[in-house]
Design a protein around this ligand. Structure first.
Ligand code: AP5
Ligand code: MG
Ligand code: ZN
Length: 222
């Protein structure tokens, strides 16, 4: 059993690393952003409520986000551990996650803080393309698909996220610095934070992540 949190700014590579880790560890990746986007594409009340915040680059209120994630992690496939991508993102969400995990007799085992400078974040977000069907993530320059516009994994159509306009990207980074960056101190204080150089190549970052997880899981069943 291992519960992993990926922490980092928009464009840091949380989704990219979560995908690789999911395949490697056979654990589900729980991305609050993906859950909101799925709800929106199904036009559920939750999705429509979240859209108003996502379009502006603001965070969806904690009570909506926490209940959605709580529901997700109560599902069977999450019993052996999860990889959180983009959750928690406020002090309130981090505390709620601790409470939820207390009730489930589990805990966050490691927080991987993927560090990337602002200029690099913007360059990554500007070139990102995502598969509409399976969510696979590409970059026109750094991680291109084989056939332009077509997902290598499932043949689905690639699109650019509507919250990747230059204004919204900047706002998301600001919101990250104001509301999410304080979680570094929260998790450092608990001895769970591992800082990683997120400006290295995708596979090198993944290698560092795997080593860090190995260091906390060695010697215990997981
Ligand atoms: P969310 O979907 O979580 O977006 P985000 O935090 O803005 O992060 P991104 O998905 O943009 O970046 P990423 O770190 O996943 O980078 P990626 O791997 O794609 O949230 C969207 C919205 O939903 C929020 O604004 C909010 O409204 C709402 N929301 C979600 N969670 C919430 C929560 N908990 N509370 C409240 N509201 C919430 O990589 C980016 C690009 O870089 C890709 O093209 C990739 O190919 C490339 N790349 C990645 N790594 C590398 C590398 N090492 N080298 C070169 N290129 C790389
Ligand atoms: Mg993401
Ligand atoms: Zn796909």
């Amino acid at each position: 059993m291992v519960d992993i949190v990926l922490l980092g700014a928009p464009g840091a590579g949380k989704g990219t690393q979560a995908e690789l880790l999911r395949d490697r560890l056979s654990l589900p990746s729980v991305s609050s952003g993906d859950l909101f986007r799925a709800a929106l594409s199904e036009r559920t009340p939750l999705g429509l409520r979240a859209k108003a915040y996502m379009d502006k680059g603001e965070l969806v209120p904690d009570e909506i986000t926490v209940s959605m994630v709580a529901e997700r992690i109560s599902q069977k496939d999450c019993a052996a551990g999860v990889i959180f991508d983009g959750f928690p993102r406020t002090a309130g969400q981090a505390e709620e996650l601790d409470n939820l995990f207390d009730q489930m007799q589990r805990r966050v085992d490691i927080v991987l803080y993927v560090m990337v400078s602002e200029g690099v974040l913007l360059r990554r977000l500007a070139g990102r393309w995502t598969c509409r069907e399976c969510g696979a993530i590409y970059h026109r320059e750094f991680s291109p698909e084989k056939v332009q516009g077509v997902c290598d994994a499932c043949g689905g159509e690639l699109y650019q996220r509507p919250d990747d306009t230059p204004e919204t990207q900047k706002r998301r980074i600001q919101v990250y610095l104001q509301q999410t960056a304080p979680l570094e101190a929260y998790y450092r204080g608990k001895g769970l934070l591992v800082e990683l150089d997120g400006e290295q190549e995708i596979d090198v970052v993944q290698g560092d992540i795997v080593k860090a997880i190995g260091a906390v899981t060695t010697g215990r069943a997981c």
